[in-house]
Design a protein around this ligand. Structure first.
Ligand code: GDP
Ligand code: MG
Length: 789
């Protein structure tokens, strides 16, 4: 596969018009990013189609090897291309089939626990399979980077217990991104008994690249051809038996999301393990005589290293070379490897990294040319089914309006649909409170139950329906594949604030809860990008703050409630944007980051996933009620109840209580924002968890005696609450100022713990002061200005 025609006229991919299909000649530059492009399929001879520009012109969507990938113009400029039918190289030349290499027979297993790891490209269905097999309810979503951690589960087969490990998706094992590093290290440190390599059957060329690397690990492996349903629908035909033979690995069709083929996959995995205890032959990619000789010679000098690592040493991969340390002949190996590298580069007339990548892709293509019969009705350059929605969703003029409408719809539905079940719960709680109030004798215990527990926990519990609706919508966005489109659409805007389109995904998740959102930043390759995103995620208003808004909006705004609610969210986004700009221009300044992201086909969201997602969030919410919020309500109640003085009105009692004294102490700080001491106390207690803002208000306002008999709900109590001088405590301006403060101040304890874990203590401390300072300032300016108008 030598460069047969050095005189090919090349252009830059960046200059190609939309709709054209060209052939890759060369990727310029060097280093990790180039490697990533090669691994994603931009190898010599690959056909690329320019699909469309993002609505704001950058990035651009390309189709390569059947998958859709977005690149920024600046990145596409690194790729040299030529006419689609220029005959300058023939990839299938590279197909040499497989070689058998001898590996030491595996030790009979030390313990009788078998461990199988799931490895595959992002978004190929690993977690779907994991959930199906182990009964777990891990999160599934139609975009790359949903799983950021390893998850372990168990299953039994033929009386044997097996541990199954779900790993983050990865395109390769080259240790370019944190996920790749994670997966590579995991394999090296944990010695799994078998690899279950999940591939997207509709996208074999790209997916099998990783398989070629895994083959060299010399670990028993089974390839599960997932999304078999999609392959069948596409009209392509794959000869599985021939494919298995060509690759020398077991291959089994699978449709993970409905469970078809799961049994066969597990059976094949167990067979592979059993066989490995007797057989010592392992099948590997044959790289041709020159490289195979080099590999053999070098492997003999490093008996402890696997073939993958030996090849990486020839490729001059620093991580692999480090593994030589401690070996006596390390220097000798390095020298020899350098020598071999030169020989190979000379012979192939290309640098070592692209040579090896080309060879691996050549191997995959050669096998596919034999075993895969594409649907004859499909025209080259045609997109696969599942992308037609993009004519609308990423349309130049409609994309941004659609994004805004979708978000508005999400909040409006949360507000209006949720109001019905909310009312039922509210009535139910009111009724229980009344009933207990009548049934129990006067005394501390009754006050604790009615005012403390029912007032506090009940006040927050009523928002459960809304929270579930919000998560339902987020789950739809995640499952349909729209998330990746959103990132594609807004990348240009995000770029302006110094961030990456991919940061949009954690932001959207942040509307649900900041903790998973902070975890989701792990898909960002650049550490500074990550930190900026982590620090700004808490400005995305999470669902825990929703109860406070819903309460205040319903109580003090009669018209356009959905819009008022949305305005709060938008202000959060605005503050995040300003923060990101400032941070990325000052303390977290960095070079531009790349935007390689895959756009998966749209998939129909499954009811099962949506329900699982809602259920697990609902359960979390209820658990929080039963623990943190219950405890906080009781503490708040007690601080407001004691010390007792005889002959005081409830109002005086609470003012003279510990809580009252605390509130009075902080009142000067919050008074300029329009808050009274009850509100001050609420934000103080809300630092533990934002729902507690409402539960505290619930407790503090239950004791009010001047509320009329009917005004049982907290909303009505707030509407009628008056200051000593007879003025209403709340009005729309105060309510809005209060919402702004709740939006922006101090992230909850759980979010701070996540920030600390992901970014470090220093940044956590920064975040505490920064968010609270910003909150005070914004509320102050709003309140003082609005009051004057
Ligand atoms: P992971 O990133 O590899 O863990 O993949 P997920 O399990 O999160 O799945 C990615 C997407 O593919 C989700 O939208 C799944 O519903 C969908 N999916 C998974 N398996 C199949 C399958 O066999 N057929 C089809 N059509 N979709 C699937
Ligand atoms: Mg996953």
């Amino acid at each position: 596969m030598k460069n047969k025609d050095k005189n090919t006229v090349t252009r830059r991919l960046d200059d190609e018009p939309v709709g054209s299909t060209v052939q890759v000649v060369h990727v310029m530059g060097d280093g990790a990013f180039r490697q990533r492009l090669l691994e994603m399929g931009f190898v010599r001879g690959a056909q690329v189609t320019v699909i469309k520009n993002a609505p704001l012109q950058d990035p651009v969507e390309y189709m390569i090897m059947g998958s859709h990938i977005s690149l920024r113009h600046s990145e596409a400029a690194q790729i040299e291309v030529t006419d689609r039918d220029a005959e300058f190289c023939n990839m299938e030349d590279a197909f040499n089939g497989i070689v058998e290499t001898e590996v030491a027979a595996l030790d009979p297993l030390a313990d009788d626990v078998l461990r199988v790891v799931l490895i595959g490209n992002p978004n190929c269905g690993k977690t779907s399979l994991f959930n199906n097999v182990t009964g777990a309810k891990e999160k599934v979503g139609n975009y790359g980077g949903v799983t950021v951690d390893s998850k372990e589960g168990w299953f039994s087969i033929d009386g044997r217990k097996v541990q199954l490990v779900d790993l983050p998706g990865t395109y390769s094992l080259t240790e370019y991104s944190p996920e790749e590093m994670y997966v590579r290290t995991y394999i090296r440190d944990n010695h799994p008994d078998a690899i279950l390599n999940i591939v997207d059957a509709g996208n074999l060329e790209r997916n099998l690249y990783l398989t070629t690397q895994l083959m060299d690990m010399n670990i028993p492996m089974v390839v599960a051809l997932n999304m078999w349903d999609e392959l069948e629908k596409s009209g392509d035909k794959l000869d599985i038996e021939m494919m298995s033979r060509l690759l020398g690995t077991r291959m089994v069709p699978l449709t993970a999301y409905n469970g078809h083929g799961v049994k066969d996959v597990l059976k094949a995995t167990m067979e592979a393990i059993d066989e490995s205890e007797q057989e010592t032959m392992h099948h590997n990619v044959n790289y041709g005589p020159l490289i195979e000789d080099c590999l053999k010679e070098l492997a003999a000098m490093c008996p402890t290293l696997d073939r993958y690592t030996v090849l990486k040493i020839i490729e001059n991969d620093q991580h692999a070379i480090e593994l030589l340390n401690g070996q006596d002949n390390a220097e000798q190996v390095k020298e020899l490897a350098a020598d071999m590298r030169q020989r190979i580069e000379r012979d192939f007339n290309s640098d070592i990294v692209s040579t090896i990548t080309d060879l691996k892709y050549g191997f995959v293509r050669g096998a596919l040319a034999e075993a895969l019969t594409p649907n004859p009705d499909r025209v080259a350059g045609d997109t696969k089914p599942g992308y037609s929605l993009d004519r609308l969703m990423t349309n130049r003029w409609l994309a941004l309006p659609i994004l805004l409408v979708l978000m508005w719809l999400m909040f409006e539905a949360t507000f209006t649909l949720g109001a019905y079940p909310q009312e039922w719960i509210e009535n139910g709680i009111g009724w229980i409170g009344e009933w207990i109030g009548k049934a129990m004798p006067d005394g501390i215990l009754r006050d604790l139950i009615v005012d403390g527990i029912i007032g506090g926990v009940g006040g927050v519990l009523v928002f459960l329906p809304q929270i579930l609706i919000l998560f339902f919508f987020i789950s739809l966005l995640e499952d349909s594949g729209y998330m990746a489109r959103a990132a594609f659409i807004v990348d240009r805007i995000m770029h302006r604030v110094g961030l990456h389109g991919k940061s949009f995904i954690p932001y959207l998740i942040g509307f649900g809860c900041g903790v998973p959102a902070i975890m989701a930043t792990r898909t960002l390759e650049n550490r500074r990008d990550r930190i900026v995103t982590i620090l700004t995620v808490p400005f995305m208003s999470c669902s825990a703050r929703l109860p406070a808004y819903l309460l205040l909006v319903a109580a003090f705004f009669t018209a356009k409630q959905g819009l008022i609610l949305m305005s709060i969210y938008l202000i959060g986004i605005l503050v995040a944007a300003i923060t990101a700009i400032v941070l990325s221009k000052t303390i977290l300044k960095h070079d531009k980051t790349q935007f390689v992201m895959e756009l998966p086909p749209y998939r129909k969201p499954t009811a099962r996933n949506a329900v699982i997602h809602m259920w697990s969030k609902g359960k979390q919410y209820l658990q929080k009620m039963a623990t943190v919020i219950l405890a906080a309500s009781i503490i708040v109640w007690a601080l407001g109840y004691f010390p007792r003085h005889d002959g005081q009105t409830p109002q005086e009692q609470i003012e003279n209580s510990f809580m009252g004294q605390m509130g009075k102490a902080i009142e000067p700080v919050v008074a300029p924002l329009g808050f009274n001491w009850q509100m001050g106390v609420s934000v103080l207690t809300g630092a533990a968890a934002k729902e507690i803002v409402v539960s505290t208000m619930g407790v503090l306002y239950t004791g009010e005696s001047d509320a009329t008999e009917e005004s049982t709900s907290l909303k009505e109590k707030l509407q009628t609450a008056t200051k000593p001088n007879g003025e209403h405590v709340f009005n729309p301006i105060v309510a809005y100022s209060f919402m702004l403060f709740i939006l922006l101040y101090f992230p909850c304890i759980a979010a701070l713990a996540a920030i600390r874990r992901e970014a470090g203590t220093k940044w956590m401390i920064f975040e505490i002061f920064y968010t609270t300072g910003v909150a005070w300032l914004v509320s102050f300016i709003f309140y003082q200005v609005a009051r004057m108008i």
